[in-house]
Design a binder for this molecule. Structure first.
Ligand code: SF4
Length: 367
């Protein structure tokens, strides 16, 4: 089963990237260095870009950070988003410095007139805006009207600001609606997806450390993407930003919104039929696969009876026993090897499969 048809959205230009309009879902993350430390921030931007991050956000909390933006923009391999809170002057400075996009939460920027002025300036500089509504800064009257932080309150707040931007003649807008509650987040995006055509930036805000943050991000972002909603994503983690990029990529790959970027390891949960230390075997195979960059599906299964059949979709698989191990391809056993040669044999098969040395394989293994 494939994901649902993508929601139709406007295409918004962010530097040399397009968000929305049917473009591939863009992966974002955010630096956690002091933006005014240009060397450290550039180093992290380059690492993020090398890991597959296509748009990097940097915090602009003060004039020193805004002043650093010009050099960061010139040197960055990907477009940069300036993250601004409270001080609209910093947003103006970020535009002057060449930020491709400004991320603001209009609720903390001091009124609609300021938003309109920012829109006028963004038009002049050819920049995009992310208009982000956060649960934490919802207007009091909306909290009263909706009985607290609800999806409907988030959407109503966003629609007011979007109308202001439109009245300023601005449309290079990406919208985000953030709550740390996953169900509220999902519901809010579902609601707004049917009411505006702007591209949507998905994320579950303040999702927490690696384990729970991964779950919240995967469930929240993954559910929406599977419904065809979402044009750019950030997995928010209290962890190394590189982990955010890896997870974002994995979410897109699992949903077949991106081609696999390397081997995929599948393994069974094991059960009473398993006669080996499967956890340790999977760890060893995982280490081995780090040397490969081809999109091959590798299975490690716990028993010879059911394993090959259960992992029929794998390109190559192994199953270990007490004395001997089996290599199988797409569910069919092709080799039996002594247990202590199993990893070596898997490596040989991977090289044959991936490097397509089929003649060598036929000579070597008689196929
Ligand atoms: S492959 Fe074998 S060991 Fe693994 S879960 Fe299935 S039956 Fe159990």
């Amino acid at each position: 089963m494939n994901s649902a048809a993508r929601r139709s959205s406007l295409a918004v230009k962010v530097g040399d990237l397009i968000i929305g309009g049917g473009a591939p879902v863009v992966i974002q993350s955010m630096t956690n260095t002091r933006t005014s430390d240009i060397a450290a921030t550039l180093k992290q931007i380059r690492l993020l870009a090398a890991a597959g991050c296509e748009l990097v956000r940097v915090a602009v909390p003060d004039e020193a950070a805004a002043a650093a933006l010009g050099e960061l923009v010139r040197e960055s391999p990907v477009p940069l988003v300036a993250d601004i809170h409270f001080d609209i002057r910093l947003a103006y400075r970020a535009l002057e410095q060449g930020a491709a996009k400004i991320r603001i939460n209009p609720g903390n920027m001091g009124g609609k007139a300021r938003l309109r002025e920012l829109c006028r300036r963004a038009i002049r500089y050819g920049a995009a805006l992310r208009i982000g509504v956060n649960a934490g800064s919802l207007e009091r009257h909306l909290l009263v009207k909706h009985g607290g932080i609800t999806a409907a309150a988030l959407v109503e707040s966003a629609l007011v600001y979007l109308k202001e931007a439109e009245e300023a003649g601005f449309s290079s807008i990406v919208v985000s609606l953030k709550a740390s509650d996953v169900l509220t987040t999902i519901e809010a995006y579902r609601l707004i997806a049917g009411q505006v055509r702007y591209p949507l930036h998905l994320g579950v805000t303040a999702a927490g450390p690696l384990e729970i943050g991964t779950i919240k991000g995967a469930v929240g972002i993954g559910t929406l993407l599977a419904e065809g909603i979402g044009d750019t994503i950030r997995v928010s983690l209290t962890a190394d930003p590189l982990a955010e990029v890896r997870l974002a990529r994995q979410i897109l790959e699992v949903l077949r919104l991106r081609q696999p970027s390397g081997p995929e390891l599948i393994s069974c949960p094991s059960c009473g039929r398993c006669t080996v230390d499967l956890v340790s075997l999977v760890e060893q195979v995982s280490l081995l696969l780090r040397d490969y960059s081809h999109p091959v599906k590798v299975a490690v299964m716990g028993c010879a009876v059911n394993g090959p059949g259960e992992a029929r979709e794998a390109d190559i698989g192994i199953t270990a026993g007490r004395k001997r191990g089996l290599i199988f391809r797409r569910g069919k056993i092709i080799r039996t090897v002594p247990q202590d040669r199993l990893l070596e044999a898997l490596q040989e098969e991977l090289n044959c499969n991936i490097l397509r040395k089929t003649r060598d394989c036929e000579d070597k293994f008689g196929r």
